[in-house]
Design a protein around this ligand. Structure first.
Ligand SMILES: [Zn+2]
Ligand SMILES: [Zn+2]
Length: 171
C-alpha cells in the first residue's frame, strides 16, 4: 500500500529546511533497506486547512484523536497519513502522540521525528509501556523505537514491520 506522508511544520523554531533534511535522511535510509512505497509531501494545500481546523479546535491528545472520526473529516483512505510538527503543540506525551494515521510531534529531534513517522507506516514501539524497557523482539540496542532513544536507527524488526505494512505482506 503506497502511503503519502504529509508533513506539516508548525514550528517557530525548526525551519522547513531542517525538517526536509531530516525527512530526506529518513527516505534515504529506508530506500537503502529496499523500502520505496511511500512519499513525503510538505504543507499539502489540499489538507492544510482541514488540519488547521482540527488542531485549532482540539486539545490534541491521543484519547481525542482515537475517539474522533478524523478519517471521515480528512476523507482518509488509509494511505494518506499526517505528521504535524511543532514544539508548541499540546501533546499528551512529551515527545508527541501518534495513531495509525496522524502524529502530533512536539519533540523535534531528528530521530524522534523518525520514530513518530515510522508509527504511521507500520512500526511498533519496541519498549514495554509499563517498564519502558526494550522488548525482547528488538534486535539492536540502538533501535530508535526503544524508549527515549534520540540517536540510532531502526532495528531489522522495525524494517520488517514497515515492509509488511507497506508491501501488504501477511505475518
Ligand atoms: Zn512510539
Ligand atoms: Zn527495535
Amino acid at each position: 500500500m503506497f502511503t503519502n506522508i504529509h508533513v506539516l511544520n508548525y514550528s517557530n523554531v525548526t525551519s522547513n529546511e531542517t525538517i526536509k533534511k531530516y525527512m530526506n535522511n529518513f527516505t534515504e535510509y529506508l530506500n537503502q533497506q529496499n523500502i520505496h512505497e511511500f512519499s513525503i509531501n510538505y504543507n499539502d494545500k489540499l489538507y492544510y486547512e482541514e488540519v488547521i481546523k482540527i488542531i485549532d479546535r482540539l486539545i490534541v491528545s491521543e484519547y481525542l484523536i482515537h475517539n474522533l472520526d478524523l478519517s471521515l473529516m480528512l476523507n482518509n483512505t488509509n494511505n494518506e497519513v499526517f505528521a504535524i510538527i511543532g514544539e508548541e503543540l499540546p501533546t499528551e506525551n512529551q515527545w508527541g502522540d501518534a495513531t495509525d494515521f496522524i502524529a502530533v510531534i512536539s519533540c523535534t529531534l531528528e530521530k524522534n521525528i523518525w520514530h513518530e513517522i515510522a508509527h504511521l507506516i507500520g512500526a511498533n514501539d519496541h519498549y514495554d509501556n509499563n517498564t519502558q524497557k526494550a522488548l525482547d523482539i528488538c534486535m539492536d540496542e540502538n533501535c530508535i523505537m526503544q524508549h527515549g532513544k534520540d540517536e540510532g536507527v531502526f532495528c531489522n524488526r522495525v524494517i520488517d514491520e514497515i515492509k509488511k505494512h507497506l508491501k501488504n505482506i501477511d505475518g
